[in-house]
Write a protein that binds this ligand. Structure first.
Ligand code: PA5
Length: 355
């Protein structure tokens, strides 16, 4: 079995994606310190907006899910080159682009500057860092040389720290530090249980990949709070495993998507559903999930559920994300593809860069 053959994995995973996934815990700890010396915007925010695409943009989704009901101002994730008209001088605007070269994020950054928003750049360099340095905007400079999607803790944790501090002062920041510490320890612990050295027989991440081989993964979060984890699973199956995938979240999916399963008949592609469960899902969502699961019988090739680990919401979210990251990289190995290259994204960016 290739998943238990270190040499076979190394031959396929040439850029070491599995090793990077295993560094999530240390990246979370380091990420906390990346914002340590940063002078945050001078005035408290009336709103927080995070703009970013793809592997950087997911940090905004996670931030929104973590903090929207914890701080007294709106938190918004924007994945577009146009920013909401509400962005003004009282908005904290995070322009989050790992490379610092993403067209949409740069365009949004320019608009935020014109609106005199309190801008913070989160990036490893590129044009975004240059512009922000020149204009005197704070820059969270994350370590360079990684695939953006492998740098999620570096991008997320400094923003979480700054926003927690802005929303609730030193006490809230201290509470968030404890959450980050817990998440970092948990991610290290889970890496020891789900990493490539652990054989398939005792490794739930490898078992997931085996179950999903040949199927289209459909990932459903048990609540809106964990929706970014489902979204991340989907995009990691796309980019790491190179397969189509879908995601949605309860309760919304019981108001539309569930009807679509009625069209899944004999000749349809083999969909395999993974429910991402969390202790904050709530009783009503748990009942919705059971009702939905019954409707999948005979339509989905399979349905399984996995549970978050940890206590704090950050740890629980990142534990689900880690499992999806591993499962998607193992699925790549099973499919004999290298998890790191993303040729289609590169080609489209190159095409758009042409005059
Ligand atoms: O996974 C990826 O590499 C992409 O989704 C990128 O994150 C996306 O294209 C945006 O680039 P960046 O993260 O550098 O802003």
């Amino acid at each position: 079995m290739v998943l238990d053959d270190p040499g076979g994995i190394a031959r396929l995973d040439t850029a070491g994606m599995l090793g990077l996934i295993g560094r999530a815990g240390s990246m979370a700890s380091e990420g906390w310190h990346l914002a340590a010396d940063l002078a945050p915007p001078a005035t408290p925010p009336a709103a927080v907006v995070v703009c970013g695409m793809g592997g950087s943009g997911i940090a905004g989704e996670v931030l929104q899910a973590l903090l929207a009901d914890q701080i007294p101002v709106p938190v918004l994730s924007v994945k577009d080159e146009r920013i909401p008209s509400s962005v003004d001088s009282r908005t904290w605007f995070f322009a989050c682009s790992y490379s610092g070269e993403t067209e949409e994020t740069l365009a949004a950054y320019e608009q935020a500057c014109r609106r005199r928003a309190q801008v913070v750049a989160v990036t490893s360099g590129g044009r975004l860092a240059d512009l922000a340095d020149r204009r005197g905007h704070p820059v969270v400079r994350v370590p360079a040389g990684l695939p953006p999607r492998a740098a999620l803790p570096y991008l997320l944790v400094p923003m979480v720290r700054l926003v927690a501090r802005a929303g609730g002062g030193a006490e809230a920041e201290e509470g968030m530090r404890r959450q980050v510490d817990e998440a970092a320890r948990l991610l290290d612990d889970l890496t020891a249980r789900w990493g490539p050295a652990v054989p398939l027989s005792g490794n739930p991440a490898k078992a997931l990949a085996v179950a999903l081989e040949g199927a289209i993964p459909v990932v459903y979060a048990g609540s809106a709070a964990m929706a970014p984890a489902a979204q991340r699973w989907k995009t990691q199956f796309n980019e790491n495993s190179k397969v189509p995938a879908a995601w949605n979240a309860f309760p919304e999916l019981t108001h539309n998507e569930i009807v679509g399963w009625e069209g899944v008949t004999g000749g349809a592609p083999p969909f395999h559903v993974v429910f991402l469960r969390d202790r904050e899902d709530g009783a009503a969502n748990a009942r919705r999930l059971e009702a939905a699961r019954e409707r999948l019988v005979g339509r989905a090739r399979g349905a399984m559920e996995v549970w978050s680990h940890g206590v704090g919401r950050l740890a629980r979210m990142l534990s689900l994300i880690l499992l999806g990251d591993y499962a998607s990289a193992y699925l790549a190995v099973l499919r004999r593809v290298d998890p790191t290259p993303i040729e289609a994204i590169r080609a489209i960016k190159q095409h758009l860069a042409r005059p």
